[in-house]
Design a protein around this ligand. Structure first.
Ligand SMILES: Nc1ncnc2c1ncn2[C@@H]1O[C@H](COP(=O)(O)OP(=O)(O)OP(=O)(O)O)[C@@H](O)[C@H]1O
Ligand SMILES: [Mg+2]
Length: 307
């Protein structure tokens, strides 16, 4: 340890002197749930490459902070690695803000979804009723305008279906009333009827996700992955899998589309970032990879606390 910034004391709540004396001691301050992952990353790290990871630390006063650590090599004139520089940044406030923004956006979506359902959908339905009775009256008088009323009726039916699908996407009622499995089933059937592809849910055994916030995040991850598979993958079929074994819950969205290009080019989109953020928020791990033959697999793995 050649140099430790005095900011270490402020962020970690520990003294620089202790760190000079026992450079490995800092790992003991890493949150027990993150320690193994951090230790593995450090052991497996190639000195010659830059890397970055986020983890929590527990300060001596028992408060927790989120740290983003980046490290990179310093080379001598001959290109030999002579030092490794590590920068630890306190990202606790940024993380809190990120979570709050996500919560606000979820709440707003739910509100718009409910408004659509309670206001627009109801108005469209009453218009369709009025149109029905108009159709009957025109039919009784056998006037040619009947066809216009019929066309209006079928357009209104389409508009009602569209508004309902939209409102359910924004506010997944089933999630609250019937749980994740039923909500995912509805997501699959809505996707099938909306797009020209087959989307199905595979959930061989009932999966109980006890925490409603966890269920909501998993649902939103599935929703984003399915939307991406339709929009970017141009998939012909999408399978949503939900499996549980003991405390392990895994959600997978598998598509047979064009596949994702790695390394990812920045598209300006926020979907992948948000999925990863949601997974981290519920203590899970998100991975995105290529499908067995083609297409993309998005997986979110998490351990539920035992009841
Ligand atoms: N299933 C997929 N198949 C092929 N490419 C994908 C798939 N999912 C994501 N991508 C690629 O990754 C990029 C980033 O996806 P991301 O969801 O972050 O953004 P977006 O969908 O473009 O925008 P947003 O999600 O904000 O509406 C996409 O532009 C696309 O190129
Ligand atoms: Mg997207």
């Amino acid at each position: 340890m050649v140099y430790v910034s005095p900011a270490y004391e402020k962020i970690w709540g520990r003294s620089c002197r202790d760190l000079y004396q026992a450079p490995d001691e800092w790992l003991a301050a890493v949150h027990p749930e993150d320690r193994e992952r951090v230790a593995q990353a450090i052991n497996g790290r190639q000195a010659a490459t830059a890397c970055s990871q986020d983890y929590r630390i527990v300060r001596p006063d028992a408060t927790q902070r989120w740290i983003r650590e980046r490290s990179f090599p310093i080379r001598d004139g001959a290109g030999k690695v002579v030092r490794i520089v590590g920068i630890s940044e306190d990202i606790t406030d940024r993380r809190r803000l990120e979570r709050e923004i996500l919560e606000i956006s979820d709440r707003e979506q739910a509100r718009i979804g409910q408004d659509l359902h309670d206001s627009l959908c109801q108005k469209l339905v009453s218009l369709a009723f009025d149109n029905d009775s108009l159709e009957q009256k025109l039919a009784a008088r056998a006037v040619p305008e009947l066809n216009i009323a019929r066309q209006m009726g079928s357009l209104l039916d389409d508009a009602i279906t569209e508004a309902r699908t939209l409102s359910r996407g924004l506010f997944p009622v089933k999630l609250e009333t019937d749980g994740l499995e039923v909500a995912l089933q509805e997501l699959a059937s809505n996707t099938t009827s909306r797009s020209r592809l087959e989307c199905r849910l595979e959930c061989p055994h009932p999966v109980a996700v006890r925490d409603n916030a966890v269920a909501t995040h998993l649902y939103r991850i599935a929703q984003e992955a399915v939307n991406n598979a339709v929009k970017h993958g141009r998939a012909g079929s999408i399978v949503i899998q939900l499996h549980a074994a003991g405390e392990r819950v895994e959600l997978k969205v598998i598509d047979d589309g064009v596949g994702i290009d790695f390394p990812l080019k920045s598209s300006g989109g926020i979907g992948l970032h948000t999925m990863e953020y949601r997974a981290r928020t519920i203590g899970g791990v998100l991975s995105i990879g290529k499908g067995p033959e083609k297409g993309t697999v998005v997986s979110c793995l998490l351990l539920q606390d035992a009841q």
